[in-house]
Structure formats: C-alpha cells, structure tokens
Design a protein around this ligand. Structure first.
Ligand code: DGY
Length: 327
C-alpha cells in the first residue's frame, strides 16, 4: 500500500509535523504570514489523502471535488465555518477541529479585552506615550468598572462558561442567553439564564461566544446595539460576521455604547480604512484570542493527531461530522 499524502496549508509548529511525518508524505505551504492562494490549495488537494487547514482556507465542494483521495480535513481551530461540512459529509470526508485546548486561553483574552476596553487601556497607553499627560485629573481617561458589573454572555459553550468563571473572580453578576439552557452550569457557576433581549438590555459588559452559522450571522446589529446601555462594553472573540461591523462602528462613534474590544472582523485582515480603526473607544486585535505559545502548539498537535487517526483508520479525537465514521 502506498504511503498517505498530506498537505499542510501553513508552516505550523514542529511537534505537529513530527506526528505526521512517520505516517504520511507531507508537503506544506512554506510561509507563516500569508495563506496559500486558492489555486495552490486546488492543485495540492488533487493528490492528497489529508489536508491540515487553517481558518483562513476556504475548503468547499470545489476543493473536495478536486480531491478524489481526500479522507480528512483537519482544521487547526475550534471554529470550522471555513469548511463546507455538508459537502464533506456527503463525500464521506471526515472533518475535525481543535476544541478544549484553547478554551482557557481564549477566555483569558476575552477578559483582557473586557478590561482593556472598559478601562481605556490602549487609549491611555497612546496618551502617555504621546506626551499628553500634564497632571493628575479627576476624570482623566475615566472608564467603567468591571468588578461588580453585570456580564451578559451570548453563548454559553466551553468558552462562554470559562469567561463566566473568570467573571466570578471579579464579583460580577453573570447573565447569559444560549438556545440551549444549561441549568447544570446555572447552579455550579451561579449564573442566570435570561432571554436574548434582556441580556442585551441588562448587561454592563456583553461578550459574544457563538459559532458562525446562518442563524448567528449579524446576530448583533443596529437594533441590538440600540438596546444596550450607553455605558455598555461590547466584546467579540467569536467570529466577525456574527456582528454587523458597520452598526458596531456607528454605535461606538455616536457613543451609543461606551467601548468595544474586538478580536474578529467581518473581513480579515480588517481593511486599513475601516471606520472601526479610527475610533479611540475600540480596542482591536488581529484574531489572536487563542495565541499563547503553549496553546497554539497544543492546537497544532491536536490537529495532527486528528489527521493521523483518520489516516490510520482510527476514530479521531475531535470529529465534527462523526456520522461519516465507520468505527
Ligand atoms: C478558533 O480556533 O476557531 C479561533 O478563532 C482561533 O483560535
């Protein structure tokens, strides 16, 4: 039997490559800073049994059609909205992701954005460096308190609940909306379920933790920003298109809400002329919520483990479409 072939769509940490090499011939897009162009993915897919992809690669029916041997698409991310799952399932291709290993790192970063936006940290840093600091002033760069505030979570999956746990350390009241009510977590974390609009209205800090789907696209738009408190701090570490970014920029510019901390955008990278980038009450980051060195290594190795398991005919740790597995 010939050895399996794998294409890895970006340079990834060595421990992950070390797991793949004994099992498959590996070729890799040898850059870290830009994704492979579409035509490269289409060309490489033709001869491989496995693809290890990033969230920047669109793996749709066209790619799968070009890849007659493809058995597995292992995504180096917990989110998998870049992959057409029904197209994979209908062809018997296993799709896997990397949940759990990034939960606490992303929750740390959500909290980092909450604190930075509420307390105007980035603005304060710029102000100090620019030599604008003349004296101690009673309301200089005054922000909103995080401790004791009400945190509203939209989505109470793994990451949402990890943010809730952190919030308890800040003595916050935590309310949440999720289509799946979690009474077990309500009891264990001391949090309250509320209808969606109540969470929008009552939260001092709102943090979004839902996957991107047709149901969640533009879940937060003009109408929803209109319901929030004028002092609200809004944070998104999920996926950009969950939020209507133009409506967010307008809400911030008009001071309809107080501030935002945003790690994900409708278009990534965000264009340099996007209105959001001109606002001093927006703290922005380039989709790095899971970017700690240990976590990115764990994500890479888990993606490799998933890939290798399928190639060896074993059940992978994290199938997204388990119905295609025979074991
Ligand atoms: C994911 O894994 O889906 C994040 O967005 C990147 O860590």
């Amino acid at each position: 039997m010939s050895r399996a072939k794998v294409y890895v769509t970006r340079r990834i940490p060595q421990p992950a490559l070390d797991l793949i090499r004994p099992v498959a011939d590996l070729s890799m897009w040898d850059r870290e800073d830009v994704p492979p162009p579409r035509e490269v993915i289409l060309r490489e897919a033709r001869q491989v049994d496995g693809l290890l992809t990033l969230l920047t690669d669109r793996i749709d029916g066209q790619v799968m059609e070009a890849a007659p041997r493809l058995k597995v698409v292992s995504n180096f991310a917990v989110g998998f909205d870049n992959i057409d799952i029904p197209a994979a399932t209908s062809r018997g291709i296993v799709v896997t992701n990397t949940p759990e290993v990034l939960t606490d790192t992303v929750a740390d970063f959500a909290f980092c954005l909450i604190l930075a936006a509420a307390r105007r940290l980035v603005e304060a840093d710029g102000y100090t460096r620019a030599g604008k600091w003349k004296t101690w002033e009673p309301l200089l760069l005054a922000g909103q308190d995080v401790h004791g505030a009400t945190l509203g979570l939209i989505g109470l999956g793994r990451i949402g609940s990890a943010v809730a746990r952190r919030a308890k350390g800040f003595e916050m009241r935590v309310i949440y909306y999720d289509p799946y009510r979690r009474q077990d977590l309500e009891t264990s974390l001391g949090i309250e379920y509320r209808p969606f609009t109540d969470v929008l209205r009552d939260a001092d800090v709102l943090s979004v933790h839902v996957p991107l789907s047709e149901q969640t696209r533009h879940l937060i738009g003009r109408e929803q920003f209109g319901m929030m408190k004028k002092t609200a701090v809004f944070v998104n570490t999920s996926r950009g298109p969950v939020v209507d970014q133009r409506a967010l920029a307008d809400a911030l510019a008009s001071r309809r809400i107080f501030a935002a901390g945003i790690d994900v955008f409708e278009q990534e990278p965000i264009p340099a002329d996007d209105p959001l980038l001109r606002l001093d009450n927006a703290v922005v980051a380039p989709h790095i919520a899971s970017a700690s060195v240990p976590t990115r290594i764990r994500m890479a190795t888990l993606a490799a483990e998933n890939l290798v398991a399928v190639l060896q005919g074993r059940r992978p740790p994290n199938p997204v479409n388990p119905e295609v597995l025979k074991t």
